[in-house]
Design a protein around this ligand. Sequence first.
Ligand SMILES: Cc1cc2nc3c(=O)[nH]c(=O)nc-3n(C[C@H](O)[C@H](O)[C@H](O)COP(=O)(O)O)c2cc1C
Length: 176
Amino acid sequence: MKTLVVYKSKSGASMYYAEEIARALGGESRHYRSIPREGGYDLVIYAAGVNGGKVDSLAAMKKALAPLGKRFLTAASCLREPTGEYRREVAKKSGLREEELVLMRGRMNMARLGIWDRLLLRMVRAKIDRKAEREKTQEDREIYNALSFPTSFTDVKYILPLVKKARAMEEESEAK
Ligand SMILES: Cc1cc2nc3c(=O)[nH]c(=O)nc-3n(C[C@H](O)[C@H](O)[C@H](O)COP(=O)(O)O)c2cc1C
């Protein structure tokens, strides 16, 4: 199956996942500023971070990428735990069907971000800080730490649901 994975990445998580996904599916991975002009892909995957509850730059990237392939999927990395419930929330906010989105736990390096992103994330960190100690969840503590020191939760295991999805699509099209 001819597969293209395009990434946009602020802290490197989506770049890492794009490369792992491309390797697993035998496809190619490209930065979003060097998208191939020619289409003809069976599957195009957009990999980017979750920003403010939705996939970064999804509308514009989907418009540019969907015409290049028969199918389009989104692989988004986030700091929150990638639970089914959070996936539903992000899909809804991003205007995607749930089955079009795979969530993977990402990484954070505040020093790599622009000033506005840093300001916004400092507000997120301050909000966690204001919570009473007993009200803080494990996830709150992990996010607080990631917003204080460079942290990575990336793990190749998170690409498995997407790899399975892509293989199922391949079998489906071979059966036709
Ligand atoms: C401006 C901004 C907003 C973010 N909002 C969220 C969020 O709502 N939920 C979440 O889980 N992570 C959020 N994050 C964290 C990123 O999703 C996480 O760091 C991800 O791994 C980034 O992927 P990238 O390194 O490929 O850009 C945000 C990061 C930034 C910079």
